[in-house]
Design a protein around this ligand. Structure first.
Ligand SMILES: Nc1nc2c(ncn2[C@@H]2O[C@H](COP(=O)(O)OP(=O)(O)OP(=O)(O)O)[C@@H](O)[C@H]2O)c(=O)[nH]1
Length: 348
């Protein structure tokens, strides 16, 4: 069940990430295309070519994200953004306004790459930017910025990176908390609160799943319907808490005596259903007898008193044309037989 929840969580967060990357790409594509068109009317034709190339890359990133190729989409969004920013810092953009765009980089990096990788990439990005700005003009000619402008640009970029990291950290914390709460609710919906065994709804789902496997693989499936004998008398003598303790200890005992792949569920008040995949009725009968005899020998210690109980078990093996309801009804009839034959026994 945990695996199912995890799988569900992963697929949900993957789809959400793909949607956000597609949105980033769409916004990036529209803005760069628009800026490319605008700069066609200016003197810098190289800038419009760079912007159109960036727009085309965002279009590819958009399709990648839509096809759930999240890694490719993320890499395209991030590194084309970095390259565009390097170019804008290098060339100065329109009237030296190019550097203003670098502030987009901080939030996008930590969101798309995650907190750790985002911060590492931001550090590399900042280093490259400083190198570009500090490159001596005689080596390569590039846009020039005053010292106070450069200092403020870098400081404000570092501040925004810090704030973006902080925001991403609290966003991840809230997301994790929400996932944990949702997992707890799912667990509560599937487990019996007293015994912590699978509840009836969970057992019904397991039975349907196992039935599909029986049809596919032609393997046997058996169930044991176990009911405590004269449990009302236990409650009357030891009180409800004593009865509860018996239910909890017997649940642990049932679980101990079955395989990992089997499912022990609390079917009703003092009734338990044990689902045994890949098990014929003949083999189920051996397991049932082992469980019955262990319960008989087990003593529950409750407030310095000793409680001994016995159980009756009805066995049923799923036949090809049978529904789950019919399987349980058959087990119930067998349990009734076990009770009428004197209890503390397995039937058939
Ligand atoms: N302590 C406790 N008792 C429960 C719980 N659920 C059901 N019971 C009790 O289980 C008892 C079942 O009683 P009956 O259906 O008469 O069956 P029984 O006394 O076990 O007799 P047979 O099944 O005929 O052997 C009732 O007294 C219920 O109150 C529970 O969660 N805790």
């Amino acid at each position: 069940m945990r695996a199912l929840i995890k799988q569900h969580k992963n697929s949900n967060s993957g789809q959400q990430q793909a949607r956000v990357i597609a949105l980033f790409s769409l916004v990036g594509m529209s803005i760069t295309f628009l800026m490319g068109l605008l700069s066609l009317f200016g003197p810098n034709n190289t800038l419009s070519i760079v912007l159109f190339i960036a727009s085309a890359i965002y279009l590819i990133a958009f399709f990648s994200a839509n096809k759930l190729e999240i890694k490719i989409g993320s890499m395209l969004v991030i590194y084309s953004l970095y390259l565009l920013m390097f170019y804008l810092i290098f060339s100065g953009g329109v009237e030296q306004t190019g550097p203003l765009w670098i502030f987009i980089v901080a939030p996008v990096s930590v969101y798309v790459l995650g907190l750790r990788n985002g911060l590492i990439n931001l550090l590399i990005f900042l280093t490259v930017i400083c190198i570009i700005i500090l490159l001596p003009q005689h080596i390569i000619e590039h846009a020039q910025y005053s010292n106070s402008y450069t200092l403020r640009l870098i400081l404000s970029f570092v501040t925004l990176s810090f704030l973006s990291a902080l925001y991403e950290f609290s966003r991840m914390q809230s997301y994790r908390n929400a996932l944990e709460i949702s997992a707890q609710f799912q667990e509560l919906a599937m487990r019996d609160p007293l015994t912590k065994l699978a509840n009836r709804r969970n057992a019904a789902a397991v039975l349907e799943q196992e039935k599909a496997r029986v049809i596919r693989n032609n393997e046997p499936l058996s169930v044991l319907l176990c009911d405590l004998d004269h449990f009302k008398a236990v409650n009357d003598k030891f009180g409800h808490n004593g009865g509860d303790m018996v239910l909890v200890e017997l649940s642990a005992l049932f679980t101990q005596h079955v395989r990992e792949q089997d499912c022990v569920a609390r079917w009703g008040g003092e009734e338990f259903l044990i689902i045994l995949p890949q098990t014929s009725a003949e083999h189920a009968s051996i397991i049932a007898e082992k469980i019955r005899s262990n319960v008989e020998q087990h003593t529950v210690n409750f407030l310095s008193q000793q409680i001994n109980v016995t159980i009756s078990i009805g066995i049923s093996q799923l036949s090809e044309d049978q529904s789950i309801d019919e399987l349980i009804n058959t087990a119930d009839k067998c349990l009734y037989q076990a009770k009428t034959l004197g209890r503390n026994r397995v039937y058939p």
